[in-house]
Design a binder for this molecule. Structure first.
Ligand SMILES: Cc1ncc(COP(=O)(O)O)c(C=O)c1O
Ligand SMILES: N[C@@H](CCCC[NH3+])C(=O)O
Length: 463
């Protein structure tokens, strides 16, 4: 997994340990716009600011650790996806990446739809005013109660994930006197180039119904016979944090050929295809993500071409980006607590959070970058591992990075690109209190998810 290892600054001059690092950046004070949200900048005094507010002020007011989300950046990214796909397509933000009522309102205002995958996400969406018909409900094992709620509130789509679910949703819809619009999720047999745990289109996994050996065609046959279902399309999601468009192109091609098979067998042209989410973002300066307009163009062209070749009307395309919208818009702010230099090896920098607010490094060996944000420094770079305060040696936030060698307890450091799958996967391990999410815009900061308190934890523990 290691990228290139280069000699670092004078403190680690000769041999560097195994790791993921590249050379230290030429200027440790610089903020790479690839990994920081749009309104992040350094103030003349040297601290970093977001939405016009200095992080030292944010830390005083909201404490650390905390996630700060750049509202303008979120809205701009959502809008870029919307505009790139245009009126003939739908963009469903994947709520699993991070969902709160403010996020739902922003999405609604920017004209996006929403993908939810649990009753909890559905309640959040509805309670913040997302119209039910703009919601798609996912999941490989939706409970009867979840299906009942989704059907009765009138969600736009339920994405069927298994043979059992075809029958379950049809039965519940019939009992409620409804006909539910559904898609069938298929696995197209693509190996997405991402971490094994976040690849979802190869066949040996829990999601979806395989295209191979005719299973998806059989699922379509069954769904078309049931009165409670209105089958409107096919869904495919190949994985997450993907940079290479080739996997999406193969998926699109295979989904369109299923549409052609369906037309030939049943005389029905399904009007929709959903190609899922999964577009990668820059976690470090080495990552080069695609822009929404490139993705829209590539997917639109391939679907149109394949449909023309098969003599099909081009279906309405949906996509479900989560990480690509919210990921780059937030950073986590930490205070440095202890510093442990290991001569010739690396320096461990312990912060006041850890794997409870960012499990991705431990879970996927994810890479992040980190910067000193409460001041600038001209000190030499030192190789660091940023770790949390949990009772676990795998409690690593940033595996390998460079920070200035005059770093001291009390300094604030920030990890960018933590908007996706950090707060949403946060835990209470060691009875940690999950950090707040603070939205910052035009010189104003406002808590959109408050910090947990010890009282919250005690309230759950009913003795
Ligand atoms: C069905 C589905 N849609 C959309 C997404 C969102 O993925 P990402 O956040 O990588 O765009 C996921 C998660 O991988 C998913 O499972
Ligand atoms: N949670 C994962 C991605 C899985 C997305 C949901 N299918 C991550 O942090 O990268």
């Amino acid at each position: 997994m290691s990228r290139s290892a280069h000699p670092a600054g004078p403190r680690h001059a000769d041999v560097l340990p195994e790791g993921h690092y590249t050379a230290p950046p030429a200027d440790l004070n610089a903020l790479d716009p690839k990994v920081w949200s749009r309104t992040v900048t350094r103030t003349p005094e040297g601290a970093v600011s977001v939405g016009g507010i200095d992080v030292t002020r944010l830390a005083e007011e909201f404490g650390t650790p905390a996630y700060f989300i750049d509202e303008d950046d979120f809205r701009a990214r959502a809008q870029a996806w919307r505009t790139a796909f245009g009126e003939g397509a739908d963009v469903f933000y994947a709520g699993k990446a991070f969902l709160s009522r403010a996020i739902v309102r922003w999405l609604h205002e920017e004209g996006l739809n929403l993908d939810v995958c649990s009753g909890g996400e559905l309640s959040t969406a509805l309670s913040a005013g997302m119209p039910a018909e703009r919601i798609a409900f996912h999941g490989n094992n939706k409970s009867a109660a979840e299906i009942e709620k989704a059907v009765s509130v009138g969600v736009g789509h339920i994405v069927l994930d298994s043979f059992q679910e075809i029958v379950r949703v049809a039965h519940i819809a019939e009992q409620l006197g409804k006909r539910q619009r559904v898609l069938i999720r298929v696995t197209v047999g693509v190996e997405a180039h991402t971490h094994e745990f976040i690849a979802t289109a190869h066949e040996d996994q829990k999601f979806g119904i395989a295209l191979a050996d005719g299973q998806a065609a059989e699922a379509v046959r069954r769904a078309l016979k049931l009165d409670g279902l209105e089958l409107v399309g096919i869904h495919s999601h190949i994985g997450s944090q993907i940079f290479d468009m080739a996997g999406f192109e193969v998926a699109a091609r295979r989904v369109v050929s299923l549409l052609a098979e369906i037309r030939d067998e049943h005389g029905v042209e399904l009007p929709e295809i959903d190609l899922g989410g999964g577009l990668g973002i820059a976690y470090t300066s080495d990552d080069d993500p695609r822009e929404p307009h490139e993705i829209a163009k590539a997917l639109g062209e391939i679907v149109t071409r394949e449909c023309e070749a098969a003599g099909l009307r081009t279906p309405r395309i949906s996509v479900e980006p989560g990480r690509a919208i919210v990921g780059p818009t937030a950073f986590t702010l930490y205070e440095v607590g202890t510093i442990k230099p290991l001569d010739g090896l690396r320096t461990y920098v312990s912060v006041d959070g850890g794997m409870s607010d960012n499990i991705r490094t431990a879970l996927y060996d994810a890479e992040y970058s980190v910067s000193l944000v409460s001041r600038t420094s001209d000190a030499d770079p030192m190789l660091v591992r940023v770790v949390g305060k949990h009772c676990e040696s795998g409690d690593i936030v940033v595996r390998d990075a460079f920070l200035p060698s005059d770093l001291a307890p009390g300094d604030l450091i920030a990890v960018p690109a933590t908007g996706a799958y950090c707060r949403s996967m946060a835990s209470n391990y060691n009875h940690a209190l999950r950090p707040p999410v603070v939205a910052v815009r035009d010189g104003e900061a406002r808590v959109i998810v408050r910090r947990e308190t010890e009282e919250d934890l005690l309230r759950l523990d009913v003795g």
